[in-house]
Every structure is written in C-alpha cells, then in structure tokens.
Design a protein around this ligand. Structure first.
Ligand SMILES: *[C@@H]1O[C@H](CO)[C@@H](O)[C@H](O)[C@H]1NC(C)=O
Ligand SMILES: *[C@@H]1O[C@H](CO)[C@@H](O)[C@H](O)[C@H]1NC(C)=O
Ligand SMILES: *[C@@H]1O[C@H](CO)[C@@H](O)[C@H](O)[C@H]1NC(C)=O
Ligand SMILES: CC(=O)N[C@H]1CO[C@H](CO)[C@@H](O)[C@@H]1O
Length: 316
C-alpha cells in the first residue's frame, strides 16, 4: 500500500498544501501512555462509561503489537501512536452515577477530555469549524453481531441526540419480526436527524479513515474518507444539520468505542420494548473494534488529509 502513495501525492499536490492545522484534541496516544493511565481516566481519555470491570479490562493499548493507520505517520514512517482496542462483554452494563443499570446496552465508551474533564474541552473543540478524525479496523478475534445496532463514534449533547454518528449493524427495531438490514455490514455516517450521509462496507484487515467536518455556527456537516494510507477525500458536499440545537445546547462530548443496542425481546411489554436502554436481548458475547488516528483539529487552516498535507474544507 505504501508503495503507491508517492504517485498519489504527486497527483494530489495540485490542490493540497503543506501546513499545520491547529490540533485541538489529540487522542493519538504515545507509547508511554499505559493501561494504568486508562484506569485513572488520565488525559486525553475519560474511561468511566463501561461495565463493572476496570477500564483496562475492556480497553487495551496495543503498544508495538499492531500498526495504527498509516495516515498520520511522518518521516521516517515510524508509528508513534498506539492502537486502542475497545471491547464489550456481558459485564459491560453501565450504571450512570452508580444506579439504574443500562441492561439493554453493552457499552465501552472512550470520551475525549482535557484536564480530566470533557466539559473543559467542548468549548475549545466545538468552536467555529472543527474536524473530528478517527480510524477504525475490525477486531478479527472479537466480531460484532450485525443483527444488532452499534453506535461507535458520536458527539452527544445533553439532550441525548448525536450531532453526527457512525453506525454499524441493523438499526434497532421494536418489531420482533424485523429482519437484519441488507447493509448491516456497512459503516453508516449519520447526521443529527439520522439521515445516512455516507455508507461503505466494513471489510477485514483494512483501516477505515474518517473525518467529519462540523461548522458549529452554521450547523453543517461534511464527510471525508479514505482507507489505509490513501489521503482523505471529501465524500459529501456541505450538508445542513440544523436539527442540531443552536449554541451550547447543540454541543457535547466526543465518544468513540463500542455501544451495542439490544434485540427486542418478544416477551417484554410494548413499553419495555420501546426502552432500549434498559430492556431487550443481549447475548453477552465479547466483541470489539480497533481505533487509531483519533484527533480534532480546527478547520481554520484546512483539513488534514494525511502526511502533513491539508486541503480546503468542504464548501457550498
Ligand atoms: C509521555 O511523554 C511525554 C513527553 O516526554 C510527556 O509529556 C507525557 O506527560 C508522558 N505521558 C505519560 C502518560 O506519562
Ligand atoms: C449477562 O448479563 C445479564 C445481566 O447482568 C444476565 O442477566 C445474564 O444472565 C448474563 N448472560 C450471560 C450469558 O452470562
Ligand atoms: C473560538 O474561536 C474564536 C475565533 O477563532 C476564538 O477567538 C476563540 O478564542 C475560540 N474559543 C475557544 C474557547 O477556543
Ligand atoms: C442530509 C440532511 O439534509 N439532513 C438534515 C439536516 O437538518 C435539516 C433540518 O432539520 C433536515 O431537514 C435535514 O434532513
């Protein structure tokens, strides 16, 4: 794959510039960040949204065991970040504030923070136009079950909605006769109203690179995408996202990880069937995803597309 890059870069150079864009949050964790740092929710990650075991039970830093996305490497092409492997098992029942366990979900969420707090970071990372970068690879030891819905990356304001979201699997249905979706194995990039902005099949052995451009004032989105070592390219135009609330009410925590919704339980009451957070069927399997290349940058000086190159943000 790397051998093909120089040619691509020559082609791309016409529209690309080499410039550093201000990085507002960096989740590309160095090799000195440890499992103990994870357990202590040390910057850059808050790790409390999980089951009853320690954070390091669910999340593993891969050290030199696995190569991250090649996209953010700089000469001499040495990997200077660790892959983060996030998993869920049957103990992954989160109890917000220690009560009302979310038995419908199984979840491990990693949340971006600064100085030990996501809310310190939000006004910095969600201001003007900012770009949310993340790369995802399948965990071939812990497959997902695509009959279920997975919400794996999202920004969640306090109204519980998602400014944008990445979904895998079959969207939850309270109809017990619902069939798995034909595109269940596709990544779906969703807007605030859950429209699909971009879809691509999730194949094993490949890093999928995404960047979501958010204009926090105009409330628009733009989606960038590539695989492996190919520079990011825009895959949508500029998209209205004005169902997102205006101002601070429309801003929220940046999550990535594995959040698995239940299948509906035919023996539950209709009311319970509508309460996906607390009811439904979970098989209790161990499942996971690999992440790398997680960071947020200002769109002020362009969008980073890989190898220190930037491109103009998506415009109308
Ligand atoms: C890792 O090393 C860097 C550079 O020396 C340092 O600034 C940082 O605090 C270290 N991080 C941890 C978690 O020890
Ligand atoms: C999974 O956890 C739930 C809730 O704690 C429990 O009721 C169920 O028996 C467990 N299932 C398995 C397969 O361990
Ligand atoms: C938001 O962006 C404006 C314009 O670039 C800047 O002046 C301000 O300091 C930023 N606010 C924060 C909290 O970073
Ligand atoms: C793709 C798209 O246009 N999504 C939505 C963004 O927000 C507006 C306003 O609520 C919706 O009407 C769009 O469908």
């Amino acid at each position: 794959m790397l051998a093909r890059i120089p040619k691509l870069l020559v082609l791309a150079a016409v529209s690309l510039r080499v410039a550093a864009t201000p990085v507002l949050f960096d989740g590309r964790i160095p090799h000195n960040y440890t499992q103990a740092n994870l357990d202590n929710s040390q910057d850059p990650f808050l790790t409390v949204v999980k089951g009853t075991e320690s954070a390091s039970h669910y999340t593993k830093l891969e050290g030199n065991e696995m190569a991250p996305t090649p996209l953010w490497r700089v000469f001499p092409f040495k990997a200077d970040e660790q892959v983060i492997s996030v998993s869920i098992d049957n103990t992954s029942v989160f109890s917000p504030g220690g009560n009302n366990p979310q038995y419908g979900f199984r979840r491990t969420d990693i949340i971006a923070e600064r100085d030990g707090s996501p809310s310190t970071l939000i006004p910095i990372m969600e201001n003007g136009t900012t770009v949310f970068h993340f790369s995802i690879k399948a965990d071939t030891k812990h497959f997902l079950d695509y009959r279920h819905e997975y919400q794996i990356v999202f920004i969640e304001p306090s109204d519980g909605s998602h400014v944008f979201g990445i979904q895998l699997g079959t969207p939850f249905s309270s109809d017990p006769n619902a069939r798995p979706a034909k595109d269940a194995h596709f990544f779906k990039v969703l807007d605030h109203s859950l429209n699909v902005l971009f879809r691509t099949p999730f194949i094993l052995g490949v890093w999928y690179n995404f960047a979501i451009q958010v204009d926090w004032e105009a409330r628009t989105l733009g989606v960038w995408y590539s695989i492996e070592g190919f520079p990011l390219v825009p895959v949508t135009g500029l998209i209205e996202n004005t169902s997102q609330q205006e101002g601070g009410a429309g801003k929220g925590e940046f999550h990535f990880g594995v959040l698995k919704l239940p299948l509906v339980n035919p023996s539950d009451t209709p009311e319970q069937q509508g309460d996906v957070v607390h009811f439904g069927i979970q098989e209790g399997t161990t499942e996971g995803l690999h992440y790398s290349g997680v960071f947020v940058e200002s769109g002020e000086k362009g969008v980073s597309v890989g190898y220190g190159l930037t491109s103009h943000p998506i415009r109308k």
